[in-house]
Design a protein around this ligand. Structure first.
Ligand SMILES: [Mg+2]
Length: 235
């Protein structure tokens, strides 16, 4: 793999790029759907409604754990009469309690993240750009032990072309000297490429459904690596 030339600043996504995140949401959703295992037709409806309510909640309130709590409670309001005490009429609270534990713990870093950032910090200016709520995302950075690697952490409700353009303008960056790194084609890769940056996709099998789209893999600025430490082959 040929190294990228002339890059000065690296921007990192956080969730599911530096650390695991979506897995908690997936587990809680699976736990909820399992309550309907004995009623396959209803289970299908619950799954469909989950997707619909999720879209609505994310549009209205943004993504993150608070939104997820609201989403699951709304879903449960619609379907709790299909459950009995035995099948878990009240277990939504238990499921959410378990889900919310991840907000107190250090986010589980992917293999080699600290070491790789340590190496990059010697050669590049490092920034983070993450989507979600201010307090939740900045807390995660603090608990992760990675905060010190980054000059700035930008927390935004949505990562679109406008956000990338604004970052470029505010810092007077040359887009070709800037590289975005992340797991989401929709939020990290395609908007960065459209703004003239390099973009490196680290695909992740549990990437959030709403963060997926086809990456612009034919773009000359597009690269992909299989794991975080493999970024060192390109940078
Ligand atoms: Mg991500």
């Amino acid at each position: 793999m040929k190294k990228l030339r002339g890059v000065k600043q690296l921007i990192f996504d956080a969730d599911d790029t530096l650390w695991e995140n979506n897995i908690y949401f997936i587990r809680a959703t699976e736990n909820y759907l399992q309550l309907f295992d004995s009623q396959p037709e209803i289970k299908k409806r619950v799954a469909k409604r989950f997707n619909e309510i999720e879209k609505q909640v994310v549009t209205d309130l943004g993504c993150g754990s608070d939104s997820y709590n609201i989403l699951l409670r709304k879903l449960h309001d619609e379907f709790q009469d299909k459950l009995t005490d035995r099948t878990g009429k009240n277990s939504v609270e238990e499921i959410l309690e378990k889900f919310n534990l991840h907000r107190e713990m250090p986010p589980p870093l992917f293999r080699g993240v600290s070491e790789t950032l340590d190496e990059f910090a010697k050669r590049y200016e490092l920034y983070a750009l993450t989507k979600g709520k201010q307090d939740e995302q900045s807390d995660k950075f603090l608990r992760s032990g990675l905060r010190g690697f980054f000059r700035e952490i930008h927390i935004v409700p949505e990562k679109n072309d406008k956000v990338y353009k604004k970052l470029i303008e505010e810092h007077a960056w040359v887009p070709k000297e800037t590289c975005m790194i992340g797991n989401s084609p929709k939020s990290d890769i395609n908007p960065a490429l459209r703004c003239g940056m390099w973009a490196i996709l680290i695909p992740y099998r549990h990437t959030w459904r709403l963060d997926l789209e086809e990456p612009m893999s034919g773009h000359p600025g597009y690269r992909t690596v299989a794991s975080f430490p493999e970024l060192l082959n390109l940078l």
